[in-house]
Design a binder for this molecule. Structure first.
Ligand code: HEM
Length: 306
């Protein structure tokens, strides 16, 4: 059975570092492959002080050049716009290096070594260091992750099964959302809770889901969204964490995995008010500054480089 990259389903460590890159004109693919292999080897050692979890995720163009085992229906991120003009802009790149470790210095070192190894062949488009905030809180103070599949179901929900194209791999959505916390914190508690459809202290699901609640858009069911009477479908595994920049910009680095891409696209379309949905209330206080779709191939696909 093909193995997913360990960093995806293992427990998320305290610190993360996201580095997005694309190839330069005339880039040498062998240099990139060697750097990937070396970085994975560094990540599989127990670091000086802590484990370093390393995951390489590919955009459609680079994936097609490094593997012949391509997953079905892998599309680049198109960007999304609501009928009333809210925009989630698309910033698709070719490669995402995602590192997480309990030691922030090791996250930095790992991505620093990689970007030096591919210098001249890849350009860094953007990077974001993030952290787990208290008991997995979003910076609004709401618990993030409650509706994630139980750990024993995460392989089934997140990873392409044996025998299918891209087996052992996973589709990913990566976005940096920028929060307007001043606006969010000015809302009465009912307004805050209705934004997500869960209570603030303990993440209990609200009995009544208003049409703009987040769960009304993302809790996909065989019947109506968020309706407990029918089974869930298209589940995804989320690994999102907050970030805070020195200029005061704060928000959530949204990172989610699924064994097919369509449910990721369906949720984004719903959140941006398409297919009969009202726009998700999250988009009243938060806007993605970046957004890409990637594919994290199996360990075996990456080992074939070496
Ligand atoms: C600013 C951005 C976002 C924030 C702050 C946010 C926050 C939350 C919160 C607080 C919950 C409820 C607790 C939980 O289950 O984790 C939740 C649930 C969820 N969110 Fe988000 N979210 C964001 C964006 C997204 C996006 C872009 C997607 C998908 C493309 C998504 C997918 C989900 C899913 C699948 C659930 C669980 C639904 C279920 O219970 O089945 N979220 N989110």
């Amino acid at each position: 059975m093909p193995n997913p990259q360990h960093a995806i389903l293992t427990n998320l460590a305290k610190y993360q570092w996201y580095t997005h890159l694309s190839r330069t004109e005339g880039a040498d693919l062998d240099v990139i492959k060697k750097a990937i292999t070396a970085t994975r080897a560094a990540g599989s050692n127990t670091g000086v002080t802590a484990v370093v979890n390393v995951c390489f995720l590919f955009g459609p163009t680079l994936l097609a050049d490094i593997s012949s085992d391509l997953p079905e229906d892998f599309q680049p991120y198109p960007g999304y716009e609501s009928p009333d003009g809210k925009v989630a802009k698309g910033t698709q790149e070719e490669l995402l290096l995602w590192v997480h470790s309990d030691d922030k210095d090791l996250c930095w070192e790992t991505q620093f070594n990689f970007r030096n190894a591919v210098a001249g062949h890849m350009t860094v488009a953007r990077e974001t260091p993030t952290f787990i905030y208290r008991n997995s809180l979003d910076l609004t103070g709401f618990i993030d992750g409650t509706g994630n599949p139980e750990p024993e179901h995460q392989y089934d929900r997140g990873i392409i099964p044996d025998g299918q194209p891209g087996a052992g791999g996973s589709f990913c959505i990566a976005q940096r959302w920028v929060h307007d916390l001043k606006y969010f914190n000015s809302l009465p508690i009912e307004g805050q809770e209705n934004t997500f459809g869960r209570s603030k202290p303990d993440s209990t699901k609200l009995a009544v889901q208003v049409p703009t609640s987040h769960l009304k858009h993302v809790e996909l069911r065989e019947g109506e969204t968020a309706d407990e009477a029918t089974p869930k479908r298209g589940e995804m595994v989320r690994r999102s964490t907050p970030y805070a920049f020195h200029d005061g910009t704060v928000g959530l680095y949204f990172m989610g995995f699924c064994k097919t891409q369509a449910p990721l696209r369906e949720r984004m379309e719903a959140m941006y008010g398409h297919n009969g949905h009202e726009r998700d209330a999250i988009t009243d206080y938060s806007t993605p500054a970046s957004g890409s779709y990637y594919f994290a191939p199996s360990v075996e696909t990456l080992e074939a480089f070496a």
